[in-house]
Design a protein around this ligand. Sequence first.
Ligand code: NAI
Ligand code: AKG
Length: 413
Amino acid sequence: MTQVSLAKDRIKFLLLEGVHESAVEILKQRGYHNIEYIKTALTEDELCSKISDAHFVGIRSRTELSDRVFAAAEKLIGVGCFCIGTNQVDLQAARRHGVVVFNAPFSNTRSVAELVLAEIIMLLRRVPEKNAAAHRGGWDKSAAGSYEARGKVLGIVGYGHIGSQLSILAEQLGMQVRFYDIESKLPLGNAHAVGSLDELLQQADVVTLHVPETAQTQWMIDAPQLAKMKKGALLINASRGTVVVIDALAEALRSGHLAGAAIDVFPVEPGSNNEVFESPLRQLDNCILTPHVGGSTQEAQENIGVEVAGKLAHYSDNGSTLSAVNFPEVSLPAHHGARRLLHIHENRPGMLTRINQLLAEQSINVSGQYLQTDADLGYVVIDIDTPAESDIADTLLDAMRAIEGTIRARVLY
Ligand SMILES: NC(=O)C1=CN([C@@H]2O[C@H](COP(=O)(O)OP(=O)(O)OC[C@H]3O[C@@H](n4cnc5c(N)ncnc54)[C@H](O)[C@@H]3O)[C@@H](O)[C@H]2O)C=CC1
Ligand SMILES: O=C(O)CCC(=O)C(=O)O
């Protein structure tokens, strides 16, 4: 499959799930006006049809980009996840199709940490139940089961960007922070690491989950783990819906083993605000339910829009894959006056030799060459000196396409 450089107005961006308008502004500033903007996620069938003429697609956490979608996306060269998680994208399939995937690894982390901090206080004070009762005309003025955050043990599972920021904020409230992470992490402030998930569950008054969706974190919190938590403890999940077994949690809340929970992410989430949200947790007043809004603040969304749209435009203009999540990373200087050839290939012996042979046969002077490979993918970028009126780059591109093992090739003018 090949892709030549196109005039910017022919490069189509398909933006889904209502990504922030800042993304549209950035793309327009960078000269890209062919933008289709859709507020919801699409089903796989809808997506397969919509994506067929798109060169870039922008999504959030709800859009599944499967192998089938990539197969239908014949022109696609880049994906922007306007969020942190990339579990909704088949990253291996993207590589096989020569599609680079970018995300925004930091921009919404503070927003999640702040929401969780607020939920800790609300749950400790039994606000969800009191609020629900008041809405029904009840008046539950009582201190029973209500506590200060000061002095309580906060157990953080996953001490990454969100977990570690929360750690600092919670210590400001006087909480004692312990965390469990599969990697060795520098404890911030007075926090300290514990050796196992079970240890953390047994010690914490509040357990909060900040892990990515992986095979290891899938259904990590089920009935046996909930049983290990202290009676009257609280659980917060703003990570991924597949980390907690919802039926087990509902039972722990119903039985009173857990005093409360705050859940932002669910195994199945509505694709748009017009769909009904179904969950056994809807019946439980001691559970704060939020519609996957941990990262949904104006600040975070605006910053994410700028960051991810900028990465997509940069890749389109310049070929740079710096900070891509599924591709060999190549950071490239501007290619003023040179034609730039981009070649994505299977990492086989002799690939670079064959490309360089083509250049030598045409007596082309190479002004820059950049190569990065990993186990099975190679990405080489070649700047060639050629007069502006020459069409040698197109000739070379055709020859490069013919090399066995080529996944995708482009030329930038
Ligand atoms: N609710 C929302 O709107 C949002 C949800 N998220 C979710 O939060 C997750 C975490 O975000 P960040 O802190 O930025 O990610 P991060 O990658 O900085 O940190 C994740 C941490 O979890 C650890 N980890 C991985 N597997 C583990 C396991 N099995 N047990 C214990 N620790 C494990 C990692 O070593 C890492 O330190 C994201 O992957 C995303 O799924 C992120 C942003 C917004
Ligand atoms: O805001 C969103 O759409 C998704 C946020 C999220 O879960 C993430 O950044 O991983």
